[in-house]
Design a protein around this ligand. Structure first.
Ligand code: P6P
Length: 335
Protein backbone atom coordinates (compact mmCIF):
# COMPACT_ATOMS: atom_id res chain seq x y z
CA UNK A 1 0.00 0.00 0.00
CA UNK A 2 1.11 3.59 -0.68
CA UNK A 3 2.92 4.74 2.50
CA UNK A 4 2.06 8.35 3.38
CA UNK A 5 5.12 10.42 2.48
CA UNK A 6 6.35 11.65 5.88
CA UNK A 7 9.05 14.28 6.07
CA UNK A 8 11.69 12.62 8.21
CA UNK A 9 14.32 15.28 7.57
CA UNK A 10 13.29 17.44 10.53
CA UNK A 11 15.58 20.39 11.28
CA UNK A 12 15.26 21.26 14.95
CA UNK A 13 16.81 24.41 16.39
CA UNK A 14 19.23 22.13 18.23
CA UNK A 15 20.38 20.57 14.93
CA UNK A 16 20.43 23.99 13.23
CA UNK A 17 22.74 25.39 15.93
CA UNK A 18 25.06 22.39 15.71
CA UNK A 19 25.28 22.81 11.92
CA UNK A 20 25.89 26.55 12.32
CA UNK A 21 28.70 25.85 14.76
CA UNK A 22 30.52 23.62 12.27
CA UNK A 23 30.74 26.65 9.93
CA UNK A 24 32.98 28.42 12.44
CA UNK A 25 36.29 26.60 12.78
CA UNK A 26 37.30 28.56 15.88
CA UNK A 27 33.97 27.85 17.62
CA UNK A 28 34.30 26.52 21.18
CA UNK A 29 30.61 25.57 21.48
CA UNK A 30 29.95 28.32 24.04
CA UNK A 31 27.54 30.16 21.73
CA UNK A 32 25.69 26.90 21.01
CA UNK A 33 25.32 26.16 24.72
CA UNK A 34 24.12 29.72 25.35
CA UNK A 35 21.46 29.31 22.64
CA UNK A 36 20.33 26.02 24.18
CA UNK A 37 19.76 27.87 27.47
CA UNK A 38 17.90 30.55 25.50
CA UNK A 39 15.60 28.07 23.78
CA UNK A 40 14.89 26.37 27.10
CA UNK A 41 13.76 29.69 28.57
CA UNK A 42 11.45 30.28 25.56
CA UNK A 43 9.88 26.81 25.99
CA UNK A 44 9.35 27.48 29.70
CA UNK A 45 7.86 30.95 29.13
CA UNK A 46 5.56 29.51 26.46
CA UNK A 47 4.38 26.92 28.99
CA UNK A 48 3.63 29.52 31.67
CA UNK A 49 1.79 31.78 29.25
CA UNK A 50 -0.43 28.88 28.15
CA UNK A 51 -1.28 28.08 31.77
CA UNK A 52 -1.38 31.64 33.17
CA UNK A 53 -5.04 32.33 32.30
CA UNK A 54 -6.15 29.00 33.78
CA UNK A 55 -3.99 29.38 36.86
CA UNK A 56 -5.10 32.94 37.53
CA UNK A 57 -8.77 32.36 36.86
CA UNK A 58 -9.34 28.83 38.12
CA UNK A 59 -6.65 28.49 40.77
CA UNK A 60 -5.45 25.27 39.16
CA UNK A 61 -3.11 23.25 41.34
CA UNK A 62 0.29 24.80 41.39
CA UNK A 63 -0.84 28.36 41.91
CA UNK A 64 -0.86 30.11 45.27
CA UNK A 65 -4.62 30.61 45.46
CA UNK A 66 -7.66 31.50 43.35
CA UNK A 67 -7.20 35.25 43.75
CA UNK A 68 -3.67 34.65 42.45
CA UNK A 69 -2.40 37.43 44.65
CA UNK A 70 0.70 35.35 45.42
CA UNK A 71 0.80 34.14 41.83
CA UNK A 72 3.80 36.00 40.50
CA UNK A 73 3.03 38.21 37.55
CA UNK A 74 3.97 36.51 34.32
CA UNK A 75 6.60 39.05 33.46
CA UNK A 76 8.28 38.44 36.82
CA UNK A 77 8.19 34.65 36.29
CA UNK A 78 9.54 35.04 32.76
CA UNK A 79 12.27 37.38 33.91
CA UNK A 80 13.29 35.02 36.74
CA UNK A 81 13.25 32.04 34.34
CA UNK A 82 15.41 33.90 31.85
CA UNK A 83 17.94 35.04 34.46
CA UNK A 84 18.33 31.52 35.88
CA UNK A 85 18.64 29.98 32.40
CA UNK A 86 21.41 32.45 31.54
CA UNK A 87 23.16 32.04 34.90
CA UNK A 88 23.08 28.24 34.82
CA UNK A 89 24.40 28.14 31.26
CA UNK A 90 27.72 29.46 32.59
CA UNK A 91 28.22 31.11 29.17
CA UNK A 92 26.63 34.48 29.90
CA UNK A 93 28.76 37.12 31.65
CA UNK A 94 26.06 39.74 32.10
CA UNK A 95 22.40 40.38 31.36
CA UNK A 96 20.37 43.52 30.68
CA UNK A 97 16.66 42.94 31.17
CA UNK A 98 13.75 45.33 30.69
CA UNK A 99 12.60 44.13 34.11
CA UNK A 100 15.90 44.93 35.87
CA UNK A 101 16.98 48.51 36.60
CA UNK A 102 20.66 47.48 36.76
CA UNK A 103 22.81 45.08 34.77
CA UNK A 104 23.05 41.58 36.28
CA UNK A 105 26.65 40.30 36.33
CA UNK A 106 27.10 36.53 36.54
CA UNK A 107 30.43 36.62 38.35
CA UNK A 108 30.35 32.86 38.82
CA UNK A 109 30.50 32.30 35.05
CA UNK A 110 34.27 32.40 34.73
CA UNK A 111 35.50 33.08 31.21
CA UNK A 112 31.99 33.69 29.89
CA UNK A 113 32.31 35.67 26.66
CA UNK A 114 28.70 36.66 25.90
CA UNK A 115 26.28 39.29 27.17
CA UNK A 116 22.54 39.30 26.62
CA UNK A 117 20.02 42.13 26.40
CA UNK A 118 16.43 40.99 26.60
CA UNK A 119 12.82 41.93 27.10
CA UNK A 120 11.47 38.73 28.67
CA UNK A 121 7.79 39.54 28.03
CA UNK A 122 7.41 42.39 25.60
CA UNK A 123 3.86 43.67 25.33
CA UNK A 124 2.88 42.16 28.69
CA UNK A 125 0.10 44.74 29.12
CA UNK A 126 -1.76 42.76 26.41
CA UNK A 127 -1.53 39.42 28.23
CA UNK A 128 -4.91 39.61 29.98
CA UNK A 129 -6.56 40.20 26.62
CA UNK A 130 -4.96 37.06 25.20
CA UNK A 131 -2.94 39.10 22.70
CA UNK A 132 0.32 37.48 21.63
CA UNK A 133 3.36 38.74 23.51
CA UNK A 134 7.00 37.83 23.02
CA UNK A 135 10.57 37.67 24.21
CA UNK A 136 13.15 39.78 22.36
CA UNK A 137 16.88 39.04 22.73
CA UNK A 138 20.21 40.43 21.55
CA UNK A 139 23.52 38.57 21.97
CA UNK A 140 26.75 40.55 22.36
CA UNK A 141 30.24 39.02 22.35
CA UNK A 142 32.70 40.47 24.88
CA UNK A 143 36.28 41.46 24.01
CA UNK A 144 38.78 38.64 24.65
CA UNK A 145 40.02 38.36 28.20
CA UNK A 146 38.42 41.50 29.61
CA UNK A 147 35.96 41.10 32.49
CA UNK A 148 32.46 42.22 31.54
CA UNK A 149 31.66 45.87 32.11
CA UNK A 150 28.61 48.01 31.22
CA UNK A 151 30.58 49.59 28.35
CA UNK A 152 30.74 46.17 26.67
CA UNK A 153 27.00 46.19 26.04
CA UNK A 154 26.58 49.91 25.21
CA UNK A 155 27.55 49.14 21.61
CA UNK A 156 25.94 49.71 18.19
CA UNK A 157 23.73 46.88 16.91
CA UNK A 158 26.22 46.32 14.06
CA UNK A 159 28.36 44.47 16.63
CA UNK A 160 25.65 42.00 17.68
CA UNK A 161 26.57 38.35 17.07
CA UNK A 162 22.92 37.26 17.06
CA UNK A 163 19.42 38.56 17.75
CA UNK A 164 15.82 37.52 17.48
CA UNK A 165 12.53 37.04 19.22
CA UNK A 166 9.96 34.44 20.20
CA UNK A 167 6.29 35.27 19.70
CA UNK A 168 3.92 33.30 21.98
CA UNK A 169 0.97 33.08 19.60
CA UNK A 170 -1.18 30.12 18.52
CA UNK A 171 2.17 28.33 18.65
CA UNK A 172 5.50 29.70 19.84
CA UNK A 173 7.35 31.15 16.84
CA UNK A 174 11.08 31.74 17.21
CA UNK A 175 12.94 33.99 14.74
CA UNK A 176 16.74 34.14 15.00
CA UNK A 177 19.55 35.60 12.92
CA UNK A 178 23.35 35.53 13.29
CA UNK A 179 25.73 38.31 12.24
CA UNK A 180 25.91 38.55 8.43
CA UNK A 181 23.60 35.57 8.04
CA UNK A 182 20.02 34.70 7.11
CA UNK A 183 16.87 34.96 9.21
CA UNK A 184 15.32 31.63 10.18
CA UNK A 185 11.93 30.94 11.75
CA UNK A 186 11.11 27.98 13.99
CA UNK A 187 7.80 26.72 15.37
CA UNK A 188 7.62 25.02 18.77
CA UNK A 189 6.26 21.49 18.42
CA UNK A 190 4.83 20.89 21.89
CA UNK A 191 4.67 17.17 21.12
CA UNK A 192 8.42 16.75 21.04
CA UNK A 193 9.30 19.99 22.85
CA UNK A 194 11.53 21.15 20.00
CA UNK A 195 11.59 24.27 17.84
CA UNK A 196 11.22 23.03 14.22
CA UNK A 197 12.59 24.99 11.23
CA UNK A 198 9.42 26.11 9.40
CA UNK A 199 10.54 29.43 7.84
CA UNK A 200 14.06 29.00 6.42
CA UNK A 201 15.83 32.09 5.04
CA UNK A 202 13.00 34.61 5.68
CA UNK A 203 12.96 37.59 3.30
CA UNK A 204 10.66 40.55 3.88
CA UNK A 205 8.69 41.61 0.76
CA UNK A 206 10.32 44.70 -0.83
CA UNK A 207 7.10 46.73 -0.52
CA UNK A 208 3.58 46.28 0.91
CA UNK A 209 0.79 48.79 1.53
CA UNK A 210 0.39 48.02 5.24
CA UNK A 211 1.32 50.49 7.96
CA UNK A 212 1.52 49.77 11.67
CA UNK A 213 1.58 52.68 14.13
CA UNK A 214 -0.39 53.85 17.16
CA UNK A 215 -2.55 56.58 15.57
CA UNK A 216 -3.62 57.50 19.10
CA UNK A 217 -0.33 59.40 19.34
CA UNK A 218 -0.96 61.57 16.25
CA UNK A 219 -1.84 64.55 18.49
CA UNK A 220 1.85 64.52 19.56
CA UNK A 221 3.37 63.86 16.13
CA UNK A 222 5.61 66.39 14.42
CA UNK A 223 4.48 67.60 11.00
CA UNK A 224 6.85 65.30 9.05
CA UNK A 225 5.29 62.28 10.78
CA UNK A 226 1.74 63.54 10.16
CA UNK A 227 2.51 64.24 6.49
CA UNK A 228 4.02 60.78 6.02
CA UNK A 229 1.12 58.83 7.52
CA UNK A 230 -1.50 61.08 5.85
CA UNK A 231 0.13 60.32 2.48
CA UNK A 232 -0.49 56.59 3.09
CA UNK A 233 -4.22 57.27 3.49
CA UNK A 234 -4.52 58.73 0.01
CA UNK A 235 -5.10 56.63 -3.10
CA UNK A 236 -1.79 55.01 -4.07
CA UNK A 237 -0.86 54.30 -7.73
CA UNK A 238 -3.14 51.25 -7.59
CA UNK A 239 -5.95 53.59 -6.54
CA UNK A 240 -6.16 52.20 -3.01
CA UNK A 241 -4.88 53.57 0.34
CA UNK A 242 -2.69 51.54 2.73
CA UNK A 243 -4.24 49.13 5.25
CA UNK A 244 -3.69 49.81 8.96
CA UNK A 245 -2.67 46.93 11.23
CA UNK A 246 -1.62 47.62 14.83
CA UNK A 247 -1.57 44.95 17.56
CA UNK A 248 0.31 46.97 20.17
CA UNK A 249 2.71 44.12 20.89
CA UNK A 250 5.97 44.81 19.09
CA UNK A 251 6.84 41.16 18.56
CA UNK A 252 3.44 40.49 16.93
CA UNK A 253 3.57 43.63 14.77
CA UNK A 254 7.16 42.81 13.83
CA UNK A 255 6.41 39.18 12.93
CA UNK A 256 3.47 40.19 10.69
CA UNK A 257 5.58 42.90 9.03
CA UNK A 258 8.42 40.42 8.46
CA UNK A 259 6.03 37.93 6.82
CA UNK A 260 3.71 40.27 4.88
CA UNK A 261 5.86 43.37 4.43
CA UNK A 262 4.90 46.98 5.15
CA UNK A 263 6.13 49.48 7.73
CA UNK A 264 6.10 49.36 11.54
CA UNK A 265 6.76 52.61 13.37
CA UNK A 266 6.98 54.01 16.84
CA UNK A 267 8.09 57.56 16.01
CA UNK A 268 9.60 59.92 18.57
CA UNK A 269 6.99 62.62 19.29
CA UNK A 270 6.28 65.51 21.65
CA UNK A 271 5.12 63.05 24.36
CA UNK A 272 8.13 60.74 23.93
CA UNK A 273 10.90 62.94 22.48
CA UNK A 274 13.31 59.99 22.54
CA UNK A 275 10.68 57.53 21.36
CA UNK A 276 9.20 54.76 23.48
CA UNK A 277 10.92 51.55 22.42
CA UNK A 278 14.24 50.58 24.01
CA UNK A 279 17.39 50.43 21.93
CA UNK A 280 19.22 47.46 23.50
CA UNK A 281 16.40 44.92 23.69
CA UNK A 282 13.70 46.11 21.28
CA UNK A 283 15.05 48.36 18.49
CA UNK A 284 18.53 46.92 17.87
CA UNK A 285 17.63 43.19 17.81
CA UNK A 286 14.59 43.87 15.61
CA UNK A 287 16.74 46.04 13.30
CA UNK A 288 19.24 43.19 12.89
CA UNK A 289 16.45 40.75 12.00
CA UNK A 290 14.86 43.16 9.53
CA UNK A 291 18.16 44.07 7.82
CA UNK A 292 19.19 40.42 7.49
CA UNK A 293 15.76 39.73 5.97
CA UNK A 294 16.36 42.42 3.32
CA UNK A 295 14.47 45.24 5.04
CA UNK A 296 15.60 48.38 6.84
CA UNK A 297 15.32 49.97 10.28
CA UNK A 298 16.01 53.64 11.07
CA UNK A 299 15.49 55.98 14.03
CA UNK A 300 13.46 59.20 13.94
CA UNK A 301 16.40 61.05 12.40
CA UNK A 302 16.55 58.43 9.61
CA UNK A 303 19.85 57.15 11.06
CA UNK A 304 20.43 53.42 10.51
CA UNK A 305 19.15 51.86 13.75
CA UNK A 306 22.06 49.42 13.96
CA UNK A 307 24.47 52.38 14.18
CA UNK A 308 22.67 54.01 17.13
CA UNK A 309 24.74 53.72 20.34
CA UNK A 310 22.82 53.92 23.65
CA UNK A 311 24.35 55.92 26.52
CA UNK A 312 22.37 54.03 29.16
CA UNK A 313 21.07 50.46 29.15
CA UNK A 314 17.39 51.49 29.07
CA UNK A 315 17.72 54.27 26.48
CA UNK A 316 14.85 54.63 24.03
CA UNK A 317 14.66 55.54 20.35
CA UNK A 318 12.09 56.31 17.68
CA UNK A 319 11.97 53.55 15.07
CA UNK A 320 10.68 52.90 11.56
CA UNK A 321 11.31 49.34 10.32
CA UNK A 322 9.97 47.19 7.51
CA UNK A 323 10.14 46.64 3.77
CA UNK A 324 13.15 48.20 2.08
CA UNK A 325 11.07 50.41 -0.25
CA UNK A 326 8.67 51.43 2.56
CA UNK A 327 11.53 52.79 4.67
CA UNK A 328 12.89 54.57 1.59
CA UNK A 329 9.46 56.24 1.31
CA UNK A 330 9.64 57.35 4.96
CA UNK A 331 13.03 58.98 4.28
CA UNK A 332 11.50 61.19 1.55
CA UNK A 333 9.31 62.83 4.23
CA UNK A 334 12.12 63.29 6.76
CA UNK A 335 14.92 64.72 4.63
P1 P6P B 1 1.61 51.82 22.67
C1 P6P B 1 4.34 47.17 24.59
O1 P6P B 1 4.06 47.88 25.77
C2 P6P B 1 5.42 47.91 23.83
O2 P6P B 1 6.60 47.98 24.57
C3 P6P B 1 5.67 47.23 22.49
O3 P6P B 1 5.52 45.86 22.58
C4 P6P B 1 4.61 47.85 21.60
O4 P6P B 1 5.02 47.93 20.24
C5 P6P B 1 4.48 49.26 22.17
O5 P6P B 1 4.95 49.21 23.52
C6 P6P B 1 3.03 49.70 22.17
O6 P6P B 1 3.01 51.00 22.68
O7 P6P B 1 1.99 53.19 23.17
O8 P6P B 1 1.16 51.85 21.22
O9 P6P B 1 0.67 51.07 23.56
Amino acid sequence: PEVEKVNTNIVTLTRFLTEEQTKHKEATGDFTLLCHALQFSFKSIAYYIRRSTLVNLTGLAGSANVTGDEQKKLDVISNDLFIEAMRSSGRCAMLVSEEEEHIIFFRGSKGARYAIACDPIDGSSNLDAGVSVGTIFAIHKLPEGASATKEDILKPGTELVAAGFTMYGASAQLVITMKGSTVNGFTLDNGVGEFILTHPDMKIPRARTIYSVNEGNSLYWEDKTKNYFNSLKEAQPDGKPYSARYIGSMVSDAYRTLLYGGIFAYPADKKSPKGKLRILYECAPMAMVFENAGGQAVDSNMKRMLEVVPEHIHDRSGIFMGSYDEVEKVKTFYK
